[in-house]
Design a protein around this ligand. Sequence first.
Ligand SMILES: [Zn+2]
Ligand SMILES: [Zn+2]
Length: 280
Amino acid sequence: MGTHGTVWLHRYCTHRSFSFSHPIWRFITQNLVIKTVPEEMYVVSHHVHHTKPDMPGDPYNSRAGLLYCMLAEVNHQRIAKDLSESDYKKTSRFIAHTGVQINSFKQYQKWGSVASPLYTLGVSALNWSFWYVVFFLLGGHALACALFTAALLWFILVRAFNYTGHGGGHVKHRDGIDFDRRNLSINQSRPGLLAGEWHNNHHLYPGSARAGFLPSQIDLAWIYIYLLHKMKMVSSYKDSKKEFLKKYIEKGHSKDMIPLAGKEYTIQHLSKIGNNIIPD
Ligand SMILES: [Zn+2]
Ligand SMILES: [Zn+2]
């Protein structure tokens, strides 16, 4: 579910780092796991996060503490009842490419959401029924209930990443690992290896479909996107790895060997890794 959150909600819905060749691949990717987070809830607040990371107004400002981050969209992402029609149009464009059925301004004033309630309920009912039946056939009600409980736990606990991924409100950058020093984001191995959330790299290149740039930074979300591209289901993607290597690794290293995470690499070697799916 973590990798799916990165592929769907983060890299596709919010940052549009790749595009699908057909809406059917988009629909399958959207429903690849039990659906818990409605697109607009993630996308709108995440754009605000990138505009002012760790500053007042950031819906998950890590400096405000763990509880503030856990309550992100519940506590301080309330529905703007006074949104103008032109501002609503701008907001709705954030998710227009995702296939979600969008409300008109009049419907927004009635329902308070960008997505049509009928669409949200319909797609959730379809998704939940499909996965419940699949799990039930595999292991009865016990397996289905266990996996739906796990999905609910993920839905709640993933919010902690908003806090820990920004150093818990403290400067925890490491030399040679975290190159973006404009905010508190850090590259951590657990969210990185499990979900491709190399968060400091991501703040450097938010529009990149790949966030694992260094040799040890395996990025499962990128592997999914790249495989779909190889199977012609993804028509285009943006990959900023070469730009990263050029700007942050090559620069300042006139020597042939580049020290990184206890090993030494040549710039040719690091660039070659950029062509592989799984870095060695
Ligand atoms: Zn961040
Ligand atoms: Zn982002």
